[in-house]
Design a protein around this ligand. Structure first.
Ligand code: PHB
Length: 438
C-alpha cells in the first residue's frame, strides 16, 4: 500500500483508538524535550515517538530507558539541525503487543513522528514492526533483544543487543572451564528461547551436555519451583536468562533461598540477571557470579565515566545506577541526532536508514557499529564477575570478545522460523540459534 494511503487508512483506526483512550494525564506524557513554553510550528519540530512499558510489571524497563533518553537530552540540548526536539512518550503498560501497535500507529498517523523508538520488550517491538514498514518511519530499537526483530521491517535498526550475541561467548567459556553438565533456566518467550538455543548450541558443540531445560512464564513467574527442578537435576552449573529488572531480583532470591550455591551448582547468566540497576538490591548472593554482557557500569573508559556523571546530573542521585538499557537509549538518541544533523533536519526514512546502517562510534559500553546487512548492532561482549569495588557490588569485566555480530544471523542470513508443530503433536524443538518470534 502506498505510504499516503496507509496513513489515511490508519488514521481511522488510530483516531478511534485515541478517542477511546486519551486521558487528561496524557498531556504530561507529551511535550518538548526542554523547558516547555509555546510550541514552535510543526515544520520546525523534530518529533520522536517513544513506545515503552512505563507502568505495570515491566515499568523498570521503561524507566531505565527513559532515564537514558533524558541523559542525552540534558547533555546535548533539545534542538538539533535547527529543530526543536519533541519527545512523545506512550505507555504500553506492557507487555501488551496490541497496545504497542496501536500507540505506534497513533504516533505515526496523528502525531506524524519522524522516528519511532523505545521498545523495551520483544512482543511489543514485533507487534509495531509492520507500522514502521507501512508508515515508512525509522524504528530505532532501544532494548528488545530477540534476534529476529530486525528481520521484521527494513525500517528497523537496533542499538541494544541480541541474546545469541551475549550467550554464545558464555557457552564457549563454560566448556573451556571444565563444566560438563549444565541446566538452563530461561524466560519462556523470544529472548529466552534465543538465549537457550545459542548457549546450548555452542556448549554442546564444545563437548558439554545439557541435562535439564526449564522455561518460566514471562509474566509473574514464581521462580522457586523452577529453581528446585534445577537443583534436583544436580548439574555442574545453571545458565539463566530472565528480563532485567524485578525478575533479576526474584530469580537471584530463589537461587539463594533454594541453596544452589551450597549444593555446588554454579550460576552462569546473561547480564540481564545481574542488572546493574538492581545489583545493590540483589545483594551478596550475586558475589562471584559469572556473566556475559555488552555493558557494565564498571566499564573503564572515559566515555563511560562521562556517561555516569551525565546520568546522575540528569536523573538525580536517587535514580541509582543506570543499566545496559539506559546506555542503549542514550546511544539511540545520539544516532537519531546524528542522522537528523546529516539530513539537515529533513527526515526521509530511506536516507535515514542508509545513515543508520553505516554508523559507528564509541559508546559508554565500548566501540559499536551497525551491520549494514542486518541493521543489527556489532559490539564487544565482556565476561564479567561480580565483585565488591569500594564496598559496592559491580560486574567487573575480566575478558572481552570484540566485534560480536548477532550469531543467529551471521550463521546464514535471517534465522529460520521455529518449526511448526506436527499434526496433533508437541512443537518440534527449534534448531539451535534460530530466532523465536514469540
Ligand atoms: C526483551 O523483551 O526483548 C527483553 C527484555 C528484557 C531484557 C532483555 C530482553 O533484559
Amino acid at each position: 500500500m502506498a505510504h499516503s494511503a496507509f496513513r489515511v487508512a490508519l488514521a481511522t483506526v488510530a483516531l478511534i483508538g485515541a478517542a477511546c483512550t486519551k486521558k487528561p494525564s496524557d498531556e504530561g506524557k507529551t511535550g518538548s524535550a526542554g523547558s516547555g513554553g509555546v510550541a514552535p510550528p510543526a515544520s520546525n519540530t523534530l518529533k520522536i515517538g517513544v513506545v515503552l512499558s512505563l507502568s505495570g510489571a515491566f515499568a523498570d524497563v521503561g524507566k531505565q530507558i527513559q532515564n537514558g533518553i533524558k541523559t542525552w537530552v540534558k547533555e546535548h540540548g533539545d534542538t538539533v539541525a535547527g529543530k526543536k526536539v519533541e519527545i512523545i512518550y506512550r505507555d504500553t503498560t506492557g507487555p501488551v503487543p496490541e497496545v504497542a501497535k496501536r500507540l505506534a500507529q497513533e504516533l505515526v498517523v496523528q502525531d506524524k513522528v519522524d522516528f519511532l523508538t523505545g521498545f523495551g520488550l520483544t512482543p511489543e517491538a514485533l507487534a509495531a514492526a509492520p507500522v514502521a514498514t507501512e508508515g515508512k518511519v525509522p524504528m530505532v530499537i532501544m532494548n528488545a533483544a530477540t534476534s529476529i526483530i530486525t528481520t521484521k521491517s527494513p525500517y528497523i535498526v537496533r542499538f541494544s543487543l541480541t541474546l545469541p550475541q551475549v550467550s554464545t561467548p558464555l557457552g564457549h567459556w563454560a566448556a573451556k572451564n571444565g563444566l560438563k553438565k549444565i541446566a538452563t533456566l530461561v524466560s519462556d518467550y523470544g529472548p529466552g528461547h534465543d538465549a537457550e538455543a545459542a548457549f546450548t548450541k555452542v556448549f554442546t558443540e564444545d563437548g558439554g551436555q545439557i541435562i535439564e531445560t526449564v522455561r518460566a512464564p514471562m509474566k509473574n513467574p514464581d521462580f522457586s519451583s523452577f529453581v528446585q527442578r534445577i537443583k534436583d537435576a544436580k548439574p555442574d552449573a545453571v545458565f539463566v536468562f530472565v528480563p532485567a529488572g524485578e525478575q533479576s531480583v526474584q530469580v537471584m532470591k530463589a537461587y539463594h533461598e533454594r541453596g544452589l550455591a551450597e549444593a555446588g551448582i554454579k550460576l552462569l547468566a546473561t547480564g540481564d540477571v545481574l542488572d546493574d540497576h538492581q545489583l545493590a538490591t540483589i545483594g551478596d548472593p550475586a558475589l562471584d557470579v559469572i556473566s556475559t554482557h555488552h555493558y557494565s557500569v564498571a566499564h573503564d573508559s572515559p566515555e563511560n565515566k562521562a556517561f555516569l556523571e551525565a546520568y546522575k546530573a540528569a536523573n538525580g542521585a536517587d535514580a541509582g545506577m543506570p543499566n545496559f538499557m539506559s546506555v542503549a537509549a542514550y546511544d539511540c538518541m545520539r544516532a537519531i541526532y546524528d542522522v537528523t544533523t546529516k539530513l539537515d533536519g529533513k527526515i526521509d526514512a530511506d536516507k535515514a536508514m542508509e545513515l543508520f546502517k553505516h554508523m559507528s562510534f564509541t559508546s559508554p559500553r565500548g566501540p559499536i557499529s551497525i551491520d549494514p546487512e542486518t541493521r543489527d548492532i556489532v559490539q564487544t561482549v565482556y565476561l564479567r564477575k561480580v565483585e565488591k569495588v569500594n564496598g559496592e557490588l559491580r560486574n567487573v569485566e575480566t575478558q572481552s570478545f570484540p566485534d560480536q555480530k548477532d550469531p543467529a544471523k551471521a550463521a546464514g542470513g535471517a534465522p529460520p522460523a521455529p518449526p511448526a508443530a506436527p499434526p496433533g503433536g508437541e512443537p518440534a524443538k527449534a534448531p539451535a540459534g534460530s530466532g523465536s518470534g514469540k
